[in-house]
Design a protein around this ligand. Structure first.
Ligand code: ZN
Length: 345
């Protein structure tokens, strides 16, 4: 079999995939493996990993995804376009912590799905490129979480701490305004704490609404920028380590909870800093969102390496129940398709 013939077999297999004919694609990729050509085999293993994931065979999916990398450690160079910075990534498995039980309810869990996350644009070297998601066995919870977390997670994330200040997303301001007008409607909300304030879009809108705003931000460069731009109180630390003296009428935490190893400890900490009539607003991706149900394995959230938790309305409400939080409002997000926005008291 010459290279040209193998190439046409790959095209044939890919055309089966485009027509969603997984069985035919699988048979063709298995045939390609018999030619023992490293790059063709690596591609075939990668595609078979995806096919087995769609067929809910988690064991074979992980096996083939790892074989793709052990056959060609430079698989990313083979699969990714030139503009992706980690195209030069070489496969290695970092030291990891295995999470066996559900971080929400401590029940046992089973493997749910497998993705090669190194082929997505936001991959960070230091994470295992093969993400095995695990799902809680407790039917009242059913939370999904990453089964393996890099041992030196903080160090890996700090390396991504760019000194470049992220440009504020001006187009988001109107949507944030909508969220805040609902949140500030019914009670006399005066003080606000934003967790993970980033470039400060929500801080800016909360100030426009006349609130006394403070912020928590882990990245140094963002912190300095927030202080300089808004002249507000900014705590430069991780929310998980914070000891608060003050309480706040409104706590905003957008797109943070899915990043933490222990969401329950974080929520416990938050409970302490909300004033008696105060509210907590959380936004986080929902694996039972309309988008995720329609996109299935194509839902891009499965491939975000920094996401360690994937909630549903049910699993996050299970966590709220444990904390004594009461759900006031559920909304699907205007800002991020597939995310949910929850307000609790
Ligand atoms: Zn659970």
């Amino acid at each position: 079999m010459n290279v040209g013939e193998i190439q046409s077999q790959i095209q044939l297999a890919d055309s089966f995939l485009q027509q969603k004919l997984d069985d035919q694609a699988q048979a063709t990729f298995e045939k390609i493996l018999t030619y023992n050509l490293a790059e063709a085999s690596a591609l075939a293993y990668f595609r078979l990993g995806e096919i087995y994931n769609r067929k809910n065979d988690v064991f074979l999916s992980e096996k083939y995804h790892r074989l793709a990398f052990t056959t060609n450690a430079a698989l990313c160079g083979q699969l990714l376009p030139a503009e992706i910075s980690h195209r030069n990534y070489l496969y290695h498995v970092p030291e990891q912590i295995e999470i066996k039980t559900c971080p929400i309810c401590s029940s046992g869990a089973k493997d749910h799905s497998v993705y090669n996350i190194a082929v997505s644009a936001n991959f960070i070297d230091g994470f295992d490129p093969i993400r095995v998601w695990r799902q809680c066995n407790n039917l009242d919870c059913s939370h999904i979480f990453a089964s393996l977390i890099p041992k030196n997670l903080t160090h890996i994330l700090s390396k991504t701490d760019s000194s470049v200040i992220q440009e504020p997303k001006i187009h988001r301001l109107a949507q944030i305004g909508q969220v805040l007008s609902t949140l500030t409607q019914d009670v006399d909300i005066k003080t606000c704490l934003e967790i993970g304030a980033g470039a400060g879009e929500q801080v800016a809108v909360a100030l426009e609404f006349g609130l006394d705003v403070s912020a928590v931000e882990i990245r140094d460069s963002y912190c300095a920028n927030l202080k300089k731009t808004f002249d507000i109180n900014v705590y430069n630390q991780s929310i998980e380590d914070m000891e608060f003296q003050d309480s706040y009428d409104l706590v905003l935490m957008g797109d943070v909870l899915e990043h933490v190893i222990d969401p329950i400890s974080l929520l416990k900490n938050l409970k302490k800093l909300i004033s008696c009539n105060g509210k907590l607003w959380i936004s986080t991706p929902n694996f039972e969102s309309a988008m995720s149900r329609l996109c299935k394995t194509q839902d891009p959230m499965w491939q975000v390496c920094e996401h360690l938790q994937y909630f549903s309305k049910k699993s996050i409400c299970y966590a709220f129940d444990q904390m004594g939080f009461k759900l006031v409002e559920y909304k699907s997000s205007f800002q991020y398709n597939g995310s949910m926005e929850l307000t609790v008291k």
